[in-house]
Write a protein that binds this ligand. Structure first.
Ligand code: PEP
Ligand code: MN
Length: 267
């Protein structure tokens, strides 16, 4: 979309605790939480722990895009209710993924930001539908999408009438899957800054696939100039139903937040 002079280059979201702004000239926004919403106790506990550490949004999947049809698929609608509960008790905003347009309305009822995952980045009918509703959209980069593909996907949402899109880099497929799950492309930060006014988020959890590599890449993302971060946090990663190996414990997340506050944009 043509950048128009005076146009806001930020996404403003009203969460229970107040207003959060994603954008270059605003404090870093941290989104944290488990890959999947597993049960009430774990999602409420995670919400409280990440809130105490300084996160503004709780992430958690109700509908999960899993490679295997036999893997945990998410609890669906009942998980949305648990996210609503976590929102109420913590004051955090909620970010959760829509996989199917049929679920969009009920997700939009509880989510403050709607995530379109990497696997649906070029699901054009879904993009048109999230573009035709009013909740902000977090658009993750497809694992084999060029920056042009990604920006054109964002354009579908903008063209359908929704100006509030955040772009999230989550790693792309390269040739090494032995040591990292994906290759986190941090060069997108300056490149997107040049090409678009849309706010930028970096997800080092999916980007590396291993919790031990997440802190370094979170710090690198801030050094590159990201506006926000998405970090997977689970109260007991070894027992997680999805993405345990890349999830930080709440203690490690709390420590990371202290490290981030030292190096970058005020958290
Ligand atoms: C997620 O955020 O849990 C997720 C499935 O991400 P991606 O679409 O980037 O794989
Ligand atoms: Mn995940």
């Amino acid at each position: 979309r043509q950048y128009r002079h005076g146009e806001a280059s930020e996404v403003v979201v009203n969460i229970p605790d107040g207003q959060v702004v994603f954008g270059e000239h605003h404090p870093l926004v941290v989104v944290a939480g488990p890959c999947s919403v597993e049960n009430e106790a774990m999602i409420v506990e995670t919400a409280q722990r990440v809130k105490a550490a300084g996160a503004k949004f709780l992430r958690g999947g109700a509908y999960k895009p899993r490679t295997s049809p036999y893997a945990f698929q998410g609890h669906g609608e009942s998980a949305l209710e648990l996210l609503a509960k976590a929102r109420e008790v913590s004051g955090l905003g909620i970010i959760t993924e829509v996989m199917d347009a049929a679920e969009l309305d009920k997700i939009a009822e509880i989510a403050d930001v709607i995530q379109v995952g990497a696997r649906n980045m070029q699901n054009f009918s879904l993009l048109k539908k999230v573009g035709a509703q009013s909740k902000p959209v977090l658009l993750k980069r497809g694992m084999a999408a060029t920056i042009e593909d990604w920006l054109m996907a964002a354009e579908y949402i903008l063209a359908a009438g929704n100006p509030n899109v955040i772009l999230c880099e989550r790693g792309i497929r390269t040739f090494d899957r032995q040591h990292t799950r994906n290759t986190l492309d941090l060069s997108v930060v300056p490149v997107l800054r040049k090409l678009t006014h849309l706010p930028i988020m970096i997800d080092p959890s999916h980007g590396t696939g291993w919790s031990e590599f997440v802190p370094a890449m979170a710090m690198a993302a801030i050094a590159a100039g990201t506006d926000s971060l998405m970090i997977e946090v689970h109260p007991n990663p070894t027992k997680a139903l999805s993405d345990g190996p890349q999830s930080l414990t709440p203690e490690r997340f709390d420590y990371l937040m202290q490290e981030l506050a030292v190096i970058g944009k005020a958290v």
